[in-house]
Design a binder for this molecule. Sequence first.
Ligand code: ADP
Ligand code: ADP
Length: 232
Amino acid sequence: RTAARAVDLAKIYGTGDTKVVALGGVTVEFTAGRYTAIMGPSGSGKSTLMHCMAALDSSTSGQVFIGDTELSELDDRELTRLRRDKIGFIFQAFNLVPTLTARENITLPLDIAGRDIDKDWFDTVIATVGLADRLGHKPNQLSGGQQQRVACARALVSQPEIIFADEPTGNLDSRSGTEVLSFLRRSVREFGQTIVMVTHDPNAAAYSDRVLFLADGRIVDEMTDPTAEKVL
Ligand code: ADP
Ligand code: ADP
């Protein structure tokens, strides 16, 4: 099954002298239950690809499907609902609400949507991410690694079709980074989650099943079952 795919996806910024082809026609498929890393030099289009796939940014041409739904067929309200129900996000900067506890941050998207929280699933996610004794803490009472694990739990708790992670370990020391990457890996293995992760770090990419390499807005190479040595 395909969790998400892009067909000839292009994104052009500006016009004339300031025109930048951020994506030059990308076709890619993200199979359900697989973990994909996206690598490439700064400016190669990694963020743009992820933002267009995640319905955070519109493309210039081409198509994006989340499950069977093509994004351009949706109006703004339907797009908001799709982002909320079908997509999980993990950002480099954690993006937690500072005044809320870990538990409240994790359930916030479901609370806003008025959706019930499946208690067994919530407990499973919390146990897997190792936060059971931190649920009452505010973000400033948590380490960077713990904050990112809260963000991971928040992304996972709504059981999204796909999770997009933008440099999830970029602000973390290597030990905290490893904890976050191990959790993402287990989410794929144990829960069948689909993950797409942008990273600069070959050690992080090695946790994935497949690495896509971008250059100048195109996929130029692909590797399955990566190791850090192979990615370098
Ligand atoms: P990466 O994530 O690989 O660093 P980006 O997707 O951020 O690459 O950027 C791809 C290209 O698009 C770069 O040349 C960048 O300068 C350009 N770009 C990205 N966002 C914008 C924007 N909002 N306006 C103009 N150019 C942009
Ligand atoms: P990264 O390489 O970590 O993706 P960037 O510096 O490429 O970070 O982009 C950070 C943000 O700035 C992105 O949201 C991108 O859309 C925006 N951006 C990047 N390049 C440009 C640009 N030339 N003009 C306007 N916005 C840009």
